[in-house]
Design a protein. Structure first.
Lengths: 508, 508
């Protein structure tokens, strides 16, 4: 096989021309160009980087109709969702343009000399974050725009001053070619050097990218299995490199007895809408709902599910894995099917939603069997009889991107204890809502302890996603004209800096 | 072998009673206690953490005479150096106390709701950095105080809200027991929970620590080989954890032709003093000096070395490795011995300094043979005939903690080009000085690309060392009373926060 073929999830029929896999020799040339470009990209003024990011966003907006049509053909996620995802993709690029221009993300620090410092006099020391070097980005299947060729990893790496080589996802090869052409063209027009950006295709090329000596870090969004395999390559190199994988997440949501009594119907509606959104193909899908035993919501849950239409899954492989995993979960002892898994015959990658339930003691008897991600429209209700059972279940949870709580107005003490507990194993704690929908802001954290990610310090969404691609350089007693502009006495860029411990944008 | 024995480097004789290696069962209990303590330590008010760090520093100062005497007996680094290192150790603890109390390092962020946000209305989102959980710290041989039981890794991890388990270095077991007792006592008196701190001994216990499910991150300072072996364990776990290793570094220093002409004598004196300081056992030892061919400094260099007395090396193993490596380097074709390697007969781990030289073409013919760290008082002069040769040599350098430049006053353009080039492969760029001596400040970066460290984003010295032990948690629409204090509307802690993108300590 030397090509990647896209398929229409609605029919399973091939769609668009096959895309050639990137041959080894071409990958070599791409990596060499990225290595040569790295110091040039990192040396560009922040303002030039910001303009380039805005130019990419503008070019994507200009091509909206073509992009959304092709994305829908290859993913069947629907025009409204994909139009919204394109807006988000552009907003991300523009957010990084804003923060690059503002300058805080480069964390300029100046410590002036101090002859009285202990144990020894202190020299002039200045620190700034620079780009790591060429970055590999693995696109996601489920966000063909926002986590793909022009997605958050690409935007944050360019913002950091790093060339980017994107491994396209095989679920949307045609879209990846189109977006790659648009991004490369916009960057070239904005004056960025050759080698700043490229898209590659094929599993072998992807593995070779992670292994390549010129690549200094990798971002990945996808499955636990695929991510772990690439992580293992990255950390086994003679020179290990950072690998930021966003892998699997169960996203537990706790509902207190008071919340069931106060707003059970709304919770049922919100939960079913959230776990079936995008056919359940969100990394933030609420896969676990912790309800008090005797909640009496089975009929409401089943009804809400039967009122829900889900689109086809992204690929035939995802469809098979969904059907297999749902069947396997339903067969675990003491698991009750509120909505049993039923494979769907017919065209395309069509599946039906599943909703299972299990009491806490049965969950704790075999947590590995049940606390496993079922990518697609499936979820598990976990029923706790006591608060001790609830806490034991929460302590058994693997790391998640998110964890949620629905509590009644008067339950402050109980809610406080649960919030503190779920915060130990999750990157984002959501109160009275649902985890799908990830705002792109300074405060967002889209990450979490293993297996949610390979690195609990980092986020793949929000401003601080840039940090994955930055390394500090300190300058000691370096004369002003030889310093990067951001560190010179006059602060010609007028960026915020920490001078002798205090934040200021004033010159020294 | 079930004990660790300290030795006097001056005589090779055993010193002090043997220290029992930590048995598996005891390690299990220590890790369980650390796991139980983790949420309690992380929930302590920042002010309590700060007081505890100050209490540790005060307890160390109180025991200065005993600590320095025992440290000198086990390491032979000398009383003046060890007294200064103790001051530095206490200054580090107090710096982290200051920054924890000030609060910037927790990076509180508040993004208020925005109904007009695109592509969707934005909820209330607030982000804070919390402690990762129990941290393993591997002590260094060469800094028995500042990078050991009460060193920078311990101080920064406690500051982050993490329990700490220190693996003592076998070169100073008695000192580790003493310091461990002092630190544990001070933390207990300061009200920190049981399980906050422990010291373990023995290689097997160290490996088991890295593998232990309760340990969430590891800090290490030591050799490339030892660090890589532990890194491999950390990343091969079912749940890989961050491993921050500071490994080997060559710390190249470039001297321009103008600088040789202007201040050759001072450069010779400074270089020899720096590379033989502490018997060359600094991670920042300038191991490579890049001089213009025909520099005419051989006699001055040899004279400066012969005027220098170096103390014994820390251990018999370090002594053997030094003698072997120095001989091996001297035997590489075209290497010239300015001061040939001469093994020293006699008591203790005594060695003589070595200084070798090689032209750039010979270096580039076999960079792996020559660009290797020789721990101890050895260095290599690299002679460049043209600027192209200089640049080629710099581009062949592995990642280093530091890189230096000596240039003459008028060489601004040349100096600027060299500064930009050496900054690509080093964590700290030093102008007109020497890399030994690492200030403990906001701007310090003590890190660098592989093999200087296992993680180019992080530093083991300076304020931002705390970041290695912190993970973000975001709170979405969580009611004010359920939020951590640092994120509440009223900002009761009065810490700096980024509210809607702007830094402020004001309440909302």
């Amino acid at each position: 096989m030397t090509t990647v073929q896209g398929y229409d999830p609605r029919t399973s029929a091939p769609i668009g021309p096959p895309v050639p896999m990137t041959p080894a020799q071409e990958l070599e040339a791409i990596c060499a160009a990225a290595k040569a470009a790295a110091p040039l990209v990192d040396a560009l003024p922040y303002s030039t980087r910001a303009e380039a990011l805005r130019a990419v966003a503008a070019a994507l907006r200009d091509a909206e109709a073509d992009i959304v049509a092709l994305a829908d053909a290859e993913t069947a996620l629907g025009v409204p969702r994909l139009s919204s995802e394109l807006v988000r993709t552009c907003v991300q690029l523009e957010m990084f343009a804003d923060v690059v221009a503002e300058g805080s993300v480069f964390e300029a620090v100046v410590d002036l000399p101090d002859a009285a410092a202990k144990p020894a006099p202190r020299p002039d020391l200045r620190r700034i974050l620079v780009g790591l070097g060429p970055v590999g980005v693995f696109s996601a299947s489920n966000f063909p725009l926002a986590f793909s060729v022009a997605g958050g990893d690409t935007a944050s790496a360019l913002a950091a001053g790093c060339p980017v080589i994107v491994k396209a996802h095989s679920a949307h090869p045609g879209l990846s070619v189109l977006c790659g052409r648009i991004v490369a063209g916009a960057l070239k027009d904005a004056g960025l050097p050759d080698g700043t950006f490229a898209v590659i295709h094929g599993t072998d090329a992807g593995r070779a990218l992670v292994r390549h000596p010129s690549v200094t870090a990798v971002g990945f969004t996808g499955s636990l299995q695929g991510g772990r395999a690439l992580f293992d390559i990255a950390v086994s190199r003679p020179d290990p490199i950072p690998f930021y994988g966003e892998l699997g997440s169960l996203n537990p949501v706790v509902v207190t007895p008071g919340a069931v009594a106060e707003s059970g119907a709304e919770i049922v509606a919100g939960f079913v809408a959230s776990y079936t959104l995008g056919a359940g193909q969100f990394c933030t899908k609420p896969g676990l709902l912790l309800l008090p035993a005797g909640h009496g919501l089975d009929a409401a849950l089943a009804g809400a599910v039967s009122d829900t239409t889900v689109g086809p899954l992204l690929t035939g492989r995802i469809q098979e894995a969904y059907d297999d995993t749902a069947q396997r979960l339903a067969a675990v002892p003491e698991v009750r099917s509120i909505v049993p898994p039923v494979p769907v015959d017919g065209h395309g990658h069509v599946v039906a939603p599943t909703l299972l339930a299990v009491p806490v003691p049965a969950l704790l008897a075999d947590p590995d069997a049940l606390l496993t991600e079922c990518f697609g429209p499936a979820a598990l209700v976990i029923e706790y009889s006591t608060m001790d059972e609830l806490h034991a279940a929460l302590d058994a949870m693997p790391g998640s991107l998110t964890a949620g709580l629905h509590a009644a107005a008067g339950e402050t003490e109980l809610a406080g204890a649960i919030v503190a507990r779920i915060a130990r194993r999750a990157g984002r704690v959501i109160y009275g809502g649902w985890p799908t929908g990830v705002a792109v802001t300074w405060a967002m954290h889209h990450g979490g302890p293993w297996p949610a990610t390979t690195g609990p310090l980092h986020t793949s969404v929000g401003v601080t996603a840039i940090r994955r691609w930055q390394r500090p350089v300190a300058y000691q007693n370096v004369p002003d004209p030889l310093l990067p502009e951001a560190l010179r006495n006059g602060n010609p860029l007028r960026i915020p800096r920490r001078v002798n411990g205090r934040l200021t944008a004033d010159p020294i």
